[in-house]
Design a protein around this ligand. Structure first.
Ligand code: FES
Ligand code: FE2
Length: 387
């Protein structure tokens, strides 16, 4: 985020604070409970939002050198994302062309820059080409080996973010997909960050309920009364929408003191957690040189898988640094995992009972309203016309 934008965000916030106001949406949003519970809606989201449209798979830091790889399930399509010998990020279906074995799971560096399928050891180069059929070359001699590489999928790397599309091979416009966010991430130095750790957790609620908790701080004074409210404001809230994406900082109480120091010294990330949502499912959360990237998906309407990664400006080279980052990661998971997501699991139960036909977002919950409106637009939009 550029310094001028940081200064203007602080001014907007302090102005609201003085006047006891907050950013407001033009109208409340009444949202049918079915968007969180309905199986047909869920399938439409999977197809439109996860398969036909590109999503954030990770950061450049997840592929630090040629041969680096990680796996990601996108819209229930297993993908293997690698950096090839030319340094280009590539995505492939994580399914062996022999009999469908999963080539890899997790993350790592391909030894000898090849992947070996664990089932019968068919071997692929990091650019997806099939390079060996051990023990049975003759049995497959009739196959044109050059046509049996891993199935490739569209992949782009922009502003330190890796985007993939689970189906189709149309071009990806990284700048458009990261509209309003790429400049902020670049200004903060994110393209040069390092991966520290990734953890996956599962919750009994829809993926949108998990994301809803990040997109308003109205609940901080209540749900997080004992945990983070002593340090963070609940309101005012300020937000900026950029097409589908948005930026939503949550301010620490220390921001009030900034008015006493010269603007040139203001660093927003010292006084707020900066958050960006990149449609449909990625949430970037940045505080003081640490970046958490959350990605959510739902294998079924009432379940959510949260993949959380921590990236840092410098690699952790000492035990002290490692311990400090472990603590930061634990704290991040603790607030969400002990307060936000358990609350949303109960909300899912209420909505799943069908006894509550709709919920309502107030005009103050403006970023959450933007989120749901953007999803509505993306679901209604024909991705083929998207470019
Ligand atoms: S399924 Fe991969 S080698 Fe047989
Ligand atoms: Fe929360």
């Amino acid at each position: 985020m550029h310094h001028l934008d940081q200064v203007s965000a602080v001014h907007r916030f302090l102005e609201h604070l003085r006047n006891a106001t907050t950013d407001l949406a033009p109208a409340v949003l009444r949202l049918p409970a079915s968007v969180y519970t309905d199986a047909a809606h869920h399938r439409r989201e999977r197809d439109r939002l996860w398969r036909e449209r590109p999503v954030v798979a990770g950061l450049s830091a997840d592929l630090p050198e040629p041969g680096s790889w990680f796996t990601a399930d996108v819209g229930a399509v297993p993908l293997l994302v690698t950096r090839d010998a030319d340094g280009r990020a590539r995505a492939f279906v994580n399914g062996c062309r022999h009999r469908g074995g999963r080539i890899a799971d997790g993350r790592g560096r391909a030894e000898g820059r090849v992947f070996r399928c664990p089932f019968h050891s068919w071997t692929y180069a990091i650019d997806g080409c099939l390079v060996a059929i051990p023990e049975a070359e003759d049995a497959f001699a009739a196959l044109d080996r050059s046509a049996f590489g891993l199935h490739e999928r569209s992949c782009a790397e922009h502003a330190g973010v890796i985007l993939v599309r689970a189906v189709g091979d149309g071009p990806l416009d990284g700048a458009d997909l990261l509209r309003g966010v790429a400049g902020d991430l670049t200004a903060l130095g994110i393209p040069d960050y390092h991966h520290f750790e990734t953890k996956t957790t599962e919750w009994k609620c829809n993926w949108k309920l998990a994301l809803d908790t990040f997109l308003e701080s109205y609940h901080v004074f209540s749900l997080h009364r004992e945990s983070v409210h002593p340090w963070y404001f609940s309101q005012p809230m300020i937000y900026d929408g950029f097409g589908s994406n948005l930026r939503f900082p949550v301010f620490r109480r220390t921001v009030e003191k900034l008015a006493e120091s010269p603007e040139s010294t203001w660093e927003l990330a010292d006084h707020a957690t900066l958050q960006w949502w990149v449609a449909p499912n990625a949430l970037f959360s940045y505080t003081r040189d640490e970046l958490f990237l959350w990605r959510f998906h739902s294998p079924r309407p009432d379940r959510c898988v949260a993949v959380t990664s921590l990236y840092t400006r410098s690699p952790a080279t000492t035990e002290d640094a490692t311990n400090r980052l472990e603590e930061a990661f634990a704290l991040q998971l603790q607030v969400a995992g002990r307060e936000d997501f358990p609350m949303q699991e109960k909300v899912q139960e209420v909505l799943g009972s069908r006894a509550l036909p709709e919920i309502v977002f107030g005009r103050n919950e403006v970023a959450a309203i933007h989120f749901h409106r953007a999803l509505e637009d993306l679901l209604a939009h024909d991705p083929e016309g998207d470019g």
